[in-house]
Design a protein around this ligand. Structure first.
Ligand SMILES: [Zn+2]
Length: 133
């Protein structure tokens, strides 16, 4: 199993927290990595997908503690992933440096029904980024 940026952020936030995060199902004994119930741990099934895509997750306060967070699953699948605690007033310097790095073309993945200015949308074929055409 590959330990990735989401797991590291989870551990950092856990060390900083002063009270337990009680999400629905908080009494379930969970795997610390996949957050599934220990008896249904999926860590050994973590895929290894070849891709040119890097993913950066920006997580709101306490979002990293939600056991159902799909961002964790996304970073389970891509080899290059980053996870940062979002702060509008104190953005992470490493995150800003990564966004300014010309080796990457940042694209925001967001439901298009919430985008007012349609000219800002682009259509992409996700299969192109996975080596498929
Ligand atoms: Zn697990």
């Amino acid at each position: 199993m590959r330990v990735h940026a989401f797991h590291h952020l989870y551990q950092r936030r856990l060390a900083q927290s002063t009270k337990p995060f009680n999400a629905r199902g908080c009494k379930v004994k969970r795997c610390q990595y996949c957050q599934a119930s220990e008896q249904y741990c999926i860590c050994e099934h973590q895929p290894k997908i070849k891709s040119d895509v890097a993913v950066m997750l920006l997580l709101s306060e306490n979002e990293v503690f939600k056991p159902s967070n799909t961002g964790r699953l996304i970073l389970d699948t891509v080899e290059e992933g980053y996870a940062y605690q979002w702060s509008r007033t104190e953005p992470d310097a490493e995150m800003l440096a990564l966004l300014a790095n010309e080796a990457y073309q940042p694209i925001i993945i967001f439901p298009d029904e919430y985008v007012e200015e349609r000219s800002r949308l682009m259509e992409i074929n996700p299969r192109e980024y996975c080596g498929e055409k």
